[in-house]
Design a protein around this ligand. Structure first.
Ligand code: ACO
Length: 374
């Protein structure tokens, strides 16, 4: 065995691998721009539908463009029978991310245009997945409680319909708005692990469904999207705000990573957190649950005091989804429903100027040797 001599960038940290015009993450100014627009402004003034249109087309839609775009989405919301049948075969103990990954794979296998890798064909597939994912996520949560599928309502916007299909009743506008904000904030974040996975798969000229299925696998991990679920386990483990300090001391002594804190790119706080925290505050007030905010602020203050590590988006979104009533294991599929937009924007960008992504490694195994022949 030999030691590496190359300048290894473990985890590709700090490596710029390509250009993108989809979004800009700037840790210096703590800002995130989607096609040039600050994400905070988009969350305040736009719907998730408008943001999806922006990320795919580069510009915000006119009223006429938005009307056409939303009509297309509303027309494709229903859960296909073959996808429902595939989900029904899965044990209710399976992870919802596994169910979602399987469902996307089934949609791909049933799409006769799956192998057509043109920009036009891929735009149609992306729009169809964006429209279909809420029904999959909602139905999967319901079936785990022995509940029937709720068909979509085409008189409701994306987020209102998503909540309707999950809970079987119309959500309060405060809840719809907070959920919509979370979808906007989760929609895109440059070359994160799942987006990069989608770009790697796309770079081989594999199909969009394979790239999205792989991205779902990457997002599932606790260091990435799985952290919003893991944050809720932390909240459940701690219980109440007065237990936070002791819990954190013990967790840090055991060298545990505290879920929902830290970020590979932002070292001075995640640009999306203040907007999501405001949405969480509105939800806590709406549901009359101030104690969840107490725990939130106490753990954050303790973590900053002890390690100077700030929260990422998963920290406020986990308790927000809990207040809305989603099962904890369903939190990361919600992230997928939003990030499908960013992934597919990057798949299009990758294909438009493709180069096979194939980095090098330095071999540090045994020197050349030979199979004994006597
Ligand atoms: N809890 C405790 N310590 C942490 C944490 C954390 N959440 N995050 C970083 N650190 C510490 C590390 O232990 C390390 O300390 P050391 O130098 O003494 O060994 C130092 O900070 C640097 O950490 P790295 O893991 O090397 O930083 P990296 O940039 O690789 O990690 C990551 C980023 C993976 C997100 C990390 O902060 C983490 O594991 N966080 C928890 C999981 C999480 O919340 N993921 C969500 C990411 S954002 C998103 O997907 C929306």
């Amino acid at each position: 065995m030999t030691e590496a001599t190359s300048d290894i960038k473990k985890g590709l940290a700090g490596v710029v691998v390509d250009v993108t015009s989809v979004s800009k993450v700037n840790p210096e100014t703590n800002s995130l721009l989607y096609r040039g627009y600050p994400v905070q402004e988009l969350a305040e003034h736009c719907s998730f539908e408008q943001v999806a249109y922006l990320l795919w087309n580069g510009e915000l839609p006119t009223d006429a463009e938005l009307a056409e775009f939303t009509a297309l989405e509303r027309g494709q919301r229903a859960l296909d029978d073959n996808v429902k049948a595939a989900i029904d075969l899965l044990p209710t103990e399976s992870h919802p991310m596994d169910a979602l990954r399987t469902a996307v794979s089934v949609i791909g296998a049933n799409d006769p245009t799956a192998e057509t890798n043109t920009p036009e064909a891929n735009a149609v597939k992306a729009a169809s997945l964006y429209a279909k994912l809420p029904a999959i996520v909602a139905y999967d949560q319901r079936r785990r409680h022995g509940l029937e599928l709720v068909p979509p309502r085409d008189d409701l916007g994306y987020s209102a319909n998503f909540l309707f299909m999950t809970f079987g009743e119309e959500a309060d506008p405060v809840v719809v708005d907070a959920f919509d904000v979370s979808m906007i904030l989760y929609a895109e974040h440059s070359f994160n692990a799942s987006t990069f996975t989608a770009r790697v798969i796309t770079s081989t000229l594999s199909d969009l469904y394979s790239a999205v299925t792989g991205a779902i696998g990457a997002l599932k991990g606790a260091l990435h999207g799985g952290a919003n679920e893991a944050v809720m386990h932390v909240f459940d483990e701690i219980g109440t705000a007065d237990q936070a300090s002791a819990w954190l001391d013990a967790a840090l002594a055991e060298k545990r990573k505290i879920m929902g804190f830290g970020h590979r790119v932002y070292k001075n706080g995640d640009s999306r957190v203040p907007t999501m925290l405001k949405a969480l505050e509105r939800l806590a007030e709406h549901y009359g649950k101030p104690e969840i905010l107490e725990l939130y602020t106490t753990l954050e203050a303790d973590m900053v005091a002890r390690k100077n590590i700030k929260p990422n988006l998963d920290y406020p979104s986990g308790p927000a989804y809990n207040l809305i009533g989603f099962d904890t294991a369903t939190f990361t599929p919600l992230f997928v429903a939003a990030r499908i937009v960013g992934w597919t924007a990057h798949i299009a960008e990758q294909l438009a100027s493709n180069a096979l992504i194939r980095p090098l490694s330095e071999y540090v195994g045994p020197d050349e040797r030979h199979v004994p022949t006597d």
